[in-house]
Design a protein. Structure first.
Length: 228
C-alpha cells in the first residue's frame, strides 16, 4: 500500500467520524441528506460482500466491516433516533436516476460476469454519484454549517487521493489496470469541483459557506427532483 492510498483511507475514515461527531454532538441530522447516506450504505453492502468469500488482509477486512457498520449506524440515526430533525423538504433528489444507470453499467461492463463482480462494479458506479443528493440539498438550502462542509471536503479529498494513488500504481506497476474505478473516480472528483472552490474561497477564510445558485449538478438535480 502506498502513501496516497493510505492517505485516502484516512480521509475516508475522517469523513465518517466528522459526520458522526456532527450528529451526536448536535443531536441533529439537519443539513445531511438521508438519500446520500442510504446510497453509501448500498455501496458498501454490495461492494464488501466478498469478505465472506475472500480474505485479503486484516486491514482490508477491518475497513470493510467499519464502513458497513458506520453507514448502517448513520442511517439508523437519521431514520430513527434523530428523524425529527431531518428535513425531507430539501432532500428531494430522485435517487432512482442514480441507481438504475449504475445497475445498467454494472451489467454491461463488468470485468467478469459473476455476482460479486457485478455487485462490485455497481458499487463503484453508484459511489461516483452518491454525493449528488447531498450537493443538491446544499444548493437548495443555500448554506451549511462548518462541520458539514468539513465532512463533504473529507469525502472529496479521499477520492482525490485515490486518483493520485491510481496514477502512482499505473506508473510503478506494469500490469496495473482498473478502468472502471478510474472513470468513476474522475466523475466523482469532478462532482466536487464547485464545492471545493467555495470551500477554499469561503470556509477556509472564515466566511459563511454559500454555494453558487446553480452548479452544473444543481441544474441536473433541479430536473430530477421529487415534488416536495
Amino acid at each position: 500500500m502506498n502513501l496516497f492510498r493510505l492517505g485516502g483511507d484516512v480521509m475516508h475514515l475522517a469523513s465518517i467520524f466528522i459526520l458522526l461527531l456532527k450528529i451526536r454532538q448536535s443531536r441533529s441530522c439537519a443539513g445531511i441528506s438521508f438519500k446520500t447516506q442510504l446510497l453509501y450504505l448500498i455501496v458498501f453492502a454490495s461492494r464488501y460482500l466478498d469478505m465472506f468469500f475472500t480474505f485479503h488482509s486484516g486491514y482490508n477486512s477491518c475497513m470493510k466491516i467499519f464502513f458497513i457498520a458506520s453507514s448502517t449506524y448513520v442511517v439508523y440515526l437519521m431514520a430513527g433516533k434523530f428523524h425529527a430533525t431531518y428535513d425531507a423538504t430539501f432532500d428531494t433528489f430522485r435517487i432512482e436516476y442514480l441507481l438504475v444507470p449504475a445497475a445498467v453499467l454494472a451489467l454491461i461492463f463488468p470485468y467478469k460476469y459473476s455476482v460479486l463482480e457485478i455487485l462490485w462494479a455497481f458499487s463503484i458506479w453508484l459511489e461516483s454519484v452518491a454525493i449528488l443528493p447531498q450537493l443538491f440539498m446544499l444548493q437548495r438550502t443555500g448554506e451549511a454549517d462548518t462541520i458539514t462542509t468539513h465532512y463533504i471536503f473529507a469525502l472529496g479529498a479521499y477520492r482525490g487521493l485515490y486518483l493520485v494513488n491510481w496514477i502512482y500504481r499505473y506508473i510503478t506497476e506494469p500490469r496495473y489496470s482498473d478502468w472502471i474505478a478510474w472513470v468513476a473516480g474522475l466523475l466523482q472528483t469532478a462532482l466536487y469541483s464547485d464545492f471545493f472552490y467555495v470551500y477554499y474561497t469561503r470556509v477556509l477564510k472564515g466566511r459563511k459557506f454559500e454555494l453558487p445558485r446553480y452548479g452544473w449538478w444543481g441544474w441536473w438535480g433541479f430536473m430530477t427532483q421529487t415534488n416536495a
